[in-house]
Design a binder for this molecule. Structure first.
Ligand SMILES: [Zn+2]
Length: 330
């Protein structure tokens, strides 16, 4: 994608394009912001703009997004483009050494060689120190772009040698516009995806709505059983959620449950904007059984359960106790 097609973070986009126009783009940039808000796409748009032989100047510099150079960047096949990311939990010194060596070579065909360090916070201290030398004496024909969602984990000396660009989560309306322009989806799905994404376009693109809806159906059923106080079915639900699902699948359902509880609370407060508006009638029916104090108590209990998960607690027993405490004996 070219700059003109990127959605959100307009101030960053403008600042980058102005820096290109006025020739004051640094040799080392740091893109800082939450996961999924477009840092990689912005870096790619910048790399293409700098190196595109047909780049436009007006209204602001941007790539043509169609020439061989632009397409090679998009496919990650450009000879002058290197992507460095952690292969394990850490970015190792060997990876940074290779980068530094290449950064001092002349570009093959581009104006500037581009080095993208994704997950820069994962650099070991030795790796960061090795990079520091290159950041202190930057090669003229190279551009280093560091991406991170945890800037405080970077050495202060690394941060101070980079031009920093701060990325923010996108607005729901911006994600909706992006989804409408790119895909043919029913409006109801666009709306739901944009709200589930919580400001991260990357998340909107990674959600499988049919899986989401299936899990949400289970959660709505569970709440209906809780509302009815059906102890036999609650014990079965505890067995399913606690024993048959693996932890990751269970946590995904917990997340959906928290979202649904917060939607129910919004209904009580008269806030029209709920995330799961596509099942509004079911939510309204459930809301009658869950007044706000009960919703908040439930939310607290599930939050405590989530915190305790790492302790290897017996999930099935914990859920059984939680459910039965919410369904007093007849
Ligand atoms: Zn081009």
């Amino acid at each position: 994608m070219a700059f003109r097609d990127l959605i959100g973070n307009e101030p960053v986009k403008r600042a980058l394009q102005m820096a290109v126009r006025e020739g004051r783009l640094g040799h080392s940039l740091l893109f800082s912001g939450p996961e999924g808000v477009g840092k990689r796409q912005f870096a790619l748009a910048l790399a293409k703009t700098i190196n595109c032989p047909h780049a436009r100047r007006e209204p602001l510099p941007d790539s043509c997004d169609a020439c061989p150079s632009c397409r090679k960047f998009d496919r990650g096949e450009h000879m002058d483009f290197s992507l460095i990311r952690p292969e394990t939990a850490f970015l190792k010194i060997e990876q940074i050494r290779v980068l530094c060596e290449h950064a001092h070579r002349k570009p093959f065909e581009a104006r500037r060689r581009i080095f993208l360090i994704d997950g820069a916070e994962a650099m070991t201290e030795q790796a960061a120190n090795a990079l520091l030398k290159t950041l202190e004496e930057p090669p003229a024909e190279s551009l280093l772009i560091l991406l991170t969602d945890q800037p405080t984990r970077l050495l202060p000396t690394i941060r101070s040698r980079c031009q920093i660009y701060y990325f923010a989560p996108l607005r729901t309306a911006e994600i909706e516009r992006f989804l409408r322009e790119r895909f043919t989806r029913p409006e109801e799905e666009v709306r739901l995806l944009a709200r589930l994404a919580s400001g991260r376009i990357g998340k909107a693109l990674s959600i499988d709505l049919s899986v989401y809806r299936e899990m949400r159906h289970e959660i709505l059923e569970l709440l209906a059983v809780l509302a009815a106080g059906d102890r036999v079915r609650l014990i079965k639900a505890a067995e399913y959620l606690g024993r048959r699902l693996d932890r990751e699948d269970f946590e995904r359902r917990l997340e959906i449950l928290e979202q649904v509880l917060s939607d129910l609370l919004r209904l009580h407060l008269g806030v029209e904007e709920v995330v799961n508006a596509d099942v509004a009638p079911r939510l309204t029916a459930l809301a009658a059984f869950f007044p706000p104090p009960r919703l908040m108590r439930l939310a607290e209990k599930f939050a405590a359960l989530r915190r305790d998960l790492w302790r290897n607690l017996n999930r099935q027993l914990a859920l059984e106790a939680l459910f039965l405490s919410e369904a007093p004996s007849p």
